[in-house]
Each structure stands twice: as C-alpha cells, then as structure tokens.
Design a protein around this ligand. Structure first.
Ligand SMILES: O=C(O)CCC(=O)C(=O)O
Ligand SMILES: [Fe+2]
Length: 284
C-alpha cells in the first residue's frame, strides 16, 4: 500500500507554521484568526494548501465524488418545521430547496490527502486554539469525520443558521461560476432572533451581506450559529467541492442513527452502539 501522504508537504507551513507553537509567526497567525472570528465570525486562511498540491487534492475529490450520497429536501433557515400560526411572510415559514451530496468519510482512507490534514497531530490543536474552545476532539465517526460536500450545477445552499457552533472547511474546487459564500454576521443573538432583518435578507436585502469568493486551498473557519449564510447556486458544468472537517466537544462522538442515515444513506454498527451520545459539531 502507498505510504500515507505527509500533511507537512500539503499544508503551507511556511505561511502558517501551525506545527510549531514556538515559532514567532505562530502567535501572530493565531491572533489574526481570533480577531477575524471575533469581528464577524469568519476567518479565512488563504492558500492553506500549497498550490502545487491542489491538482492532486482535486483529483481526490473527483475520484470520490461518485460515492456521494444525495439528499434533497425543503428547509427553512432554522431547519425547523412549518408553523401555521405565524404569518406567511415569517422567516420560519419560508422554505427553500436544499440539495447536497456528501462523500462519506470512509472514502478517505490512509492514502487520502484530506484525511492526512485532518489527522495531522498539530491540526486540531491549532483549530481549537483559534476557536478558543475548551473541549475539542476530532469526530469519531467513520462516515462523517472528514467528508467532501459536492454541489452540482444548479445546486446551492439556501439561507440558514447552522445548528453547530462552528465549521471548518477546505475549498477544493469551485464551479465555473456562482457558488459564492454569503453571510450576515451577528444577524441574530442568543436573545434576539431579529426576524425582521432575517426576513429582509430573505427578500433580497443585500445591505449587510458579506460575500466571499473562496479559492481552492483556502481554509475557512466559520461560526454560523448567529450568522445567516448561504451558498449561491453553482453555475456552469462542473461541481463545487468543499472538504469538511468535523470536531466535537467530547471524545468518542458519532452522529445519531437518524441523521447519519439521512446524510450518508447508511449507518454502521458504531452508530447503533453509541446512540445516545450527542454532538455539538454535526454538519449542517
Ligand atoms: O458549502 C459551504 O461553503 C457551506 C455550507 C454550509 O453553510 C453548511 O454546510 O452549513
Ligand atoms: Fe451553514
């Protein structure tokens, strides 16, 4: 079997010395990310993957994309049910088509570049420090710890708030056009749903909307629980690929049986065995 790829040759460690906590640039890098997260909940590490590795990373996505599980549904911004007691224009009553296709994590074995980044011993500790999370572990779910989200032309992700506190994603390939990541920082707070502003954005108000054109190799850390966000429809002929790295607050965490079946089309014995544990870091 081929040797596992060395994350140190894939990540641009000269620019982001995340493997060397004593390096003078380490604290500066961390401080910059924390400032971005504090400011608008979104930090982007441009060129996190070395440019010469991008073609191989894209090839890994191309190879595994046929194994993606497609999942179509209609959702509102809260992933909640309709509430007929509310007026029709209320954000909770606005449902949109959502289509996504996740390549399950067991397609990324020891020869996977994506997995080698995820499992590099210094990667999770750095992300934890950036997020200033007290309890932080790699996900223990063999179907969901590191996956690729395939968004085919015409697909996107409608406006929503995440149910998890943060997501860590790696841009692998963009579509020909579209596929922009748009977000409204701090649109709601733990104590104020701010439905009027949510409705305005759903109705097309772009005043508070930030747009990010992420490029292959960019790592994004995003706190999406309070920032309304979407991905505009992918246009053209080719799919958009994004790697998703998942983490949890307690060790040994796997997804629920129901959610795993929905997202990946199947479950493993570990999902049945560990039913009852709950994660704060499920992919939404
Ligand atoms: O694909 C992306 O860039 C983000 C998708 C998203 O918002 C999510 O998975 O919750
Ligand atoms: Fe999201």
């Amino acid at each position: 079997m081929a040797a596992s790829p060395d994350a140190g040759t894939i990540i641009n460690l000269a620019r982001y010395p995340i493997d060397q906590p004593d390096h003078p640039a380490f604290e500066a890098c961390l401080a910059a990310i924390r400032a971005e997260l504090g400011d608008d909940g979104c930090a982007v590490l441009k060129g996190f993957v070395r440019p010469e590795c991008l073609a191989d990373l894209e090839a890994e996505a191309e190879r595994t994309a046929p194994f993606a599980h497609r999942n179509f549904n209609r959702t509102n911004a809260y992933f909640g049910r309709d509430d007929e007691s509310l007026p029709a224009h209320h954000p909770k009553r606005r449902f949109y088509e959502r289509s996504n296709a996740f390549v399950p994590a067991d397609n990324f074995g020891p020869d996977s570049m994506l997995r080698s980044i995820y499992e590099a011993p210094y990667f999770a500790p750095f992300i934890q420090a950036a997020l200033q999370e007290e309890h932080f572990f790699r996900y223990d779910d063999p179907l969901a710890d590191v996956i690729i989200n395939v968004v085919e032309p015409g697909g996107g992700f409608p406006w929503h708030f995440d149910t998890n506190n943060y997501t860590v994603t790696l841009s692998i390939r963009n579509g020909d056009a579209g596929g922009l990541f748009r977000y409204c920082p701090n649109l709601r707070t733990p104590t104020d749903e701010n439905y009027d502003s949510v409705r305005a954005v759903l109705d097309g108000d772009t005043a508070g909307v930030h747009t990010l054109a992420l490029e292959p190799g960019d790592l994004q850390i995003f706190k999406g629980r309070y920032a309304l966000h979407n991905v505009s429809p992918v246009q053209g002929n080719r799919a958009r690929y994004v790697g998703i790295f998942s983490f949890a607050e307690i060790p040994g965490m796997v997804g629920s049986v129901e959610r795993t079946r929905q997202l990946y089309g199947r479950v493993l014995p570990i999902h049945e065995e560990r039913a009852g544990l709950r994660s704060d870091a499920l992919v939404d």
